[in-house]
Design a protein around this ligand. Structure first.
Ligand code: ADP
Ligand code: MG
Length: 226
């Protein structure tokens, strides 16, 4: 489902530069839930940006769900991202002037998909699954951090993406709510049949994943392989 081979990436020097990431081999099978761990600054978010086609490596090849992402120009990468990738960000940024439902429908609007009754049903169904059914028409400012995080999960899944990329999705939650939030996230990802790559430094949560990949091992040929 996802393969990255012989990747070399560094940020441009005028952005501070200095950081470079090497990935000899990283592969995730369809339906797998993989955790990527490593200390802060080890390049986890950078890896996710490469998989999502937000950043382009200087060398190497990335394919996601049959698409050779590294061969695409910017408009095609944007279309790829909208069609294939659901992202859960470390900080869930919701537009404060849109209702929860409208926030969740945003990926469909960005992809120029029709936001019809069926799409609203889909958003409503996801909101119900995360316990926010009664809050679809609320503004984000009236939600708790945990509720915002759950809304972020709905937004990532609304377009039924084959791949979900999550950047430390429970880091804004306290220890007591992180476990249940991740359980729910996992259930939804599995129900959707999506493939999950989830960055985390929360070692208490690792047993839930099919596999754990350490950033430190990625530069080795067998490091990120099943
Ligand atoms: P992690 O997610 O593991 O904490 P990151 O991928 O965010 O690591 O960052 C890895 C390194 O790349 C850090 O040194 C960071 O400062 C640098 N970096 C991250 N994003 C950028 C950027 N847009 N431009 C320049 N350097 C960046
Ligand atoms: Mg990060």
């Amino acid at each position: 489902m996802i393969t990255a081979r012989h990747i070399r990436f560094s940020y441009p020097a005028h952005d501070g530069g200095g950081f470079s990431l090497e990935v000899a081999a990283f592969a995730v099978s369809g339906g797998e839930a993989v955790a990527v761990v490593g200390p802060s600054g080890s390049g986890k978010t950078t890896l996710l940006s490469l998989l999502a086609g937000i950043e382009t490596p200087q060398a190497g090849e990335i394919t996601v769900d049959g698409v050779a992402v590294t061969g695409l120009g910017e408009p095609a990468r944007r279309a790829f991202r909208l069609a294939k990738i659901g992202q859960v960000f470390q900080r869930v940024e919701l537009l404060e002037y849109l209702t929860l439902e409208e926030n969740i429908l945003l990926p469909l609007r960005l992809a120029d998909a029709r936001v019809d009754a069926a799409a609203r049903m889909r958003a409503g169904g996801l909101l119900a699954r995360v316990g926010l059914a009664g809050k679809a028409h609320r503004l984000p400012g009236t939600l708790s951090q945990g509720e915002r995080q759950r809304a972020g999960i709905c937004r990532a899944l609304v377009a039924a993406p084959p791949v979900v990329l999550a950047d430390e999705p429970t880091s804004s939650l306290d220890a007591a709510s992180a476990g249940p939030a991740l359980d729910l996230f996992f259930q939804l990802v599995r129900e959707e049949g999506a493939t999950l790559v989830c960055l985390t430094h929360d070692t208490a949560q690792l047993s839930r994943f099919d596999r754990v990949v350490n950033m430190r091992d990625l530069a080795q040929e067998r490091g990120g392989r099943p």
